[in-house]
Design a protein around this ligand. Structure first.
Ligand SMILES: NC(=O)c1ccc[n+]([C@@H]2O[C@H](COP(=O)([O-])OP(=O)(O)OC[C@H]3O[C@@H](n4cnc5c(N)ncnc54)[C@H](OP(=O)(O)O)[C@@H]3O)[C@@H](O)[C@H]2O)c1
Length: 222
């Protein structure tokens, strides 16, 4: 655990969900302060308390999504695509000046690639939030089923896309802290590929009766 990690608060919008709570566990285990956001304060507090009990920690707190977005140094968005725009509307002001890490995958048909009107959820977030927010996409290919057991090593890579190099470096640091290898996968426009890959992984999970298919990039030593 580093000084840097103990001084940063990672807020997770939709942190009561499968993916967000899994990421929360990994970051809390590393020592970050984690703020679980929800539309329902009680649900967020319950989730935070359950994670603290599980880890024997006190670094996780919960509250409304809007409060999470205000408190977080880095704000992670992890909601179903159907709730993506409305959730962004609720946190737009609070995230100005911050990094927003978009985990959202636009998959109304989970096992087939769906390209949304704005090409990717992450690009739609950037277009809606404006230049005051540095949107970085990451974690779309990480299975919640792998995240939830913090004693299990993560054998997956995380493709990190964004247009701001410093913001990507900060996100790559929290990827490492969550126990995964992060790779700078280019500009935010490349989120089209990383978001689309999730539909392929869903298909592979179903086809081979697995739960935790992920991506591993070969030929790169980082
Ligand atoms: N699950 C995975 O393995 C996985 C892997 C990679 C990427 N993803 C992506 O990560 C995102 C989150 O996935 P998830 O599996 O964690 O989803 P989830 O559990 O279904 O939902 C996450 C949270 O979003 C909030 N939410 C749900 N419906 C909403 C609505 N209509 N309006 C506003 N908020 C709503 C809920 O929080 P409150 O009710 O507490 O507000 C919920 O706990 C998705 O875009 C998914 O495609 C998931």
């Amino acid at each position: 655990m580093s000084d840097e990690s103990t001084s940063i608060t990672i807020a997770i919008i939709g942190g009561t969900g499968k993916e967000g709570s899994g990421l929360a566990r990994r970051w809390a285990k590393h020592g970050y302060h984690v703020f679980i956001g929800s539309r329902d304060r009680d649900r967020a507090v319950e989730t935070a308390s359950a994670i603290n009990d599980e880890l024997g920690s006190n670094v996780v707190v919960g509250g409304l999504n809007e409060d999470a977005a205000s408190v977080g140094d880095i704000v992670v968005l992890s909601v179903p695509y159907s709730a993506h725009r409305s959730t962004l509307e609720s946190i737009k002001q609070a995230v100005q000046g911050k990094i927003l890490v978009d985990v959202t995958v636009p998959t109304p048909f989970p096992q087939a690639v769906h390209i949304p009107a704005g090409l990717s959820a992450a690009q739609e977030a950037q277009a809606y939030l404006g230049e005051g927010v540095r949107v970085v996409s990451a974690f779309q290919n990480v299975s919640a089923s792998k995240l939830k057991n913090v004693d299990e090593a993560m054998d997956t890579d995380v493709l990190v896309c964004g247009d701001d190099a410093k913001a990507k470096d900060e996100v790559l640091a929290i990827v490492r802290s969550a126990g995964m290898r992060g790779l700078d996968a280019g500009p935010l426009a490349n989120s089209v590929a990383s978001e689309a890959l999730t539909a392929v992984l869903y298909y592979i999970n179903r086809k081979y009766k697995s739960k935790g298919a992920g991506v591993r990039i070969t030929g790169v030593n980082v």
